[in-house]
Write a protein that binds this ligand. Sequence first.
Ligand code: HEC
Length: 157
Amino acid sequence: MEKNNATGLPNWILFLFLGALLWGLLYGIFYHGFLNENPENALLDETGTFVVRAEVQIPDRTADAVTAGETAYKTACIACHGPNREGGVGPSLADATWLHGDKESDIFRVITTGISAADSKTGQIMPPMGGASLSKAQAWQILYFLADRNGSIKKGE
Ligand code: HEC
């Protein structure tokens, strides 16, 4: 068998090793978004810039996260739910009437999956806001913001 003169190991082991390194690098770049400006675990700060917190998938419920949620709300939700969450095309998010459930888990589900024509209560649909248009972290931040402003949302469920 052909041996590498420098290491004394068979060449195929070295190729395997380098291949694994390369694969790991490409995997990191493409699947974990090392080069992505808006990864799932990014937090939007109050100035509208993304802060990457690689170790945090679900952001902590801090005052900063509430503020970031307000910023993200202004971009993603304001057109249909109004500047003061008073409603428009979509229902009010400031009152205590919840067509799709008043638990935080209900609201998080609506934010990320939207409301299809089949599930609509008003005849209007809500597009899914997860994925490219809104990171998961931003969806959480918006939830924290809505819950912070509206005490009728049942926390922690
Ligand atoms: C294109 C318009 C549109 C956008 C943008 C939009 N929504 Fe909606 N949303 C709706 C409509 C319409 C409904 C009501 C659907 C129905 O009739 O059941 C709704 C329903 C909801 C509900 C359920 C309300 C209830 O009474 O249970 C929540 C919560 C909600 N939206 C949050 C958000 C948030 C947060 C964002 C931004 C991330 C957002 N929506 C963006 C149109 C929109």
